[in-house]
Design a protein around this ligand. Structure first.
Ligand code: FE
Ligand code: FE
Ligand code: ZN
Length: 292
């Protein structure tokens, strides 16, 4: 089984999706994650312009299966918003659009932040997310929406496995739901990743391991349980390289795509070095060089 590793990549003019694939290849990745437009707004370049066929052809030439392409939904989507009906309506609309765009990209998984309950309480947020997913998934299917485990910053919903499980259990279309496990977020939420077998056991008991579709592999700047969400380069945070390496190569997760969302270092993408260190098990002396 090949180790499925990549990072988030850009999708800018004028090469768009083709450029995203080229960027991933420059990191020697065999997986990638991208937004189909700016993450913080809903302006979307029409599909015809995105060089989708060329991108798929290039992936094929490099034996990279389309299921290794992960799409991340814009953060603007908030299905947990019980306060502003317009935001809720727009969020549903945007999610529908993203599902259709993700299909055109050939992706299998669309990562979504469950939402923010805006001080209305997590239970209200969870019920609103269920309502939103039920409406969107009734019309837009054939894409697995992978709910991301969150850090528990502010009013974020989905930082405890139980909250994710409740959303899935309440949804009429559980066959179209999965989970994206973010290591920085789960650490910040309080899970002890140094004992990863135990965390996975808990995940399996509460959600079910078969739902784990994507891993976001990030170190964290903060102590476990800090509920902050600040990503660090592998081995430069409070999780540590050995623990992250162990997660990346965990035998139960061989089939799961791992995506780095670590910060740029002195204006340079660290992904080529981080991917190399995850392959070799030798921690990034190159990254030290760009760190200066
Ligand atoms: Fe995310
Ligand atoms: Fe993430
Ligand atoms: Zn994060």
């Amino acid at each position: 089984m090949t180790f499925k590793i990549g990072s988030h990549v850009g999708m800018g003019a004028k090469d768009y999706y083709l450029g995203s694939v080229k960027e991933a290849l420059s990191y020697e990745a065999n997986a990638l994650m991208l937004y189909t437009g700016a993450p913080q707004n809903s302006v979307r370049t029409p599909l015809e312009k995105l060089k989708i066929e060329e991108a798929k052809q290039l992936l094929k030439e490099h034996d990279i299966p389309l299921e290794n392409v992960i799409i991340h939904a814009p953060y603007l989507i908030n299905l947990a918003n019980t306060v502003n009906p317009d935001t809720f309506e727009n969020s549903k609309k945007m999610l529908g659009v993203e599902i259709e765009r993700s299909k055109a990209f050939g992706a299998k998984y669309l990562v979504l932040h469950p939402g923010s309950h805006l001080k209305m309480g997590s239970e209200a947020g969870i019920q609103k997310i269920i309502e939103g997913l039920n409406e969107v998934l009734a019309e837009h299917q054939d894409m697995i929406v992978a709910l991301e485990t969150m850090a528990g910053k502010g009013a974020e919903v989905g930082w405890r496995f139980e909250e994710i499980a409740e959303i899935i259990a309440g949804c009429k279309y559980p066959e179209w739901l999965g989970v994206c496990f973010d290591t920085c977020h789960t650490h910040d939420a309080g899970y002890d990743l140094a004992d990863f077998d135990n965390v996975l056991k808990e995940f399996d008991r509460v959600i079910g391991l078969d739902r784990l579709n994507v891993i976001h592999l990030n170190d964290s700047m903060n102590e476990r349980g800090a509920r902050k969400d600040r990503h660090a380069n592998l081995g430069y945070g409070k999780i540590g390289f050995d623990t992250l390496y162990n997660i990346a190569h965990h035998p139960s997760l061989e089939n799961v795509v791992k995506i780095l969302e670590t910060p740029y270092v002195n204006g340079t993408a660290p992904y080529k070095y981080e991917i190399a260190s995850l392959r070799s098990g030798k921690w990034d002396e190159h990254l030290m060089e760009i760190k200066g």
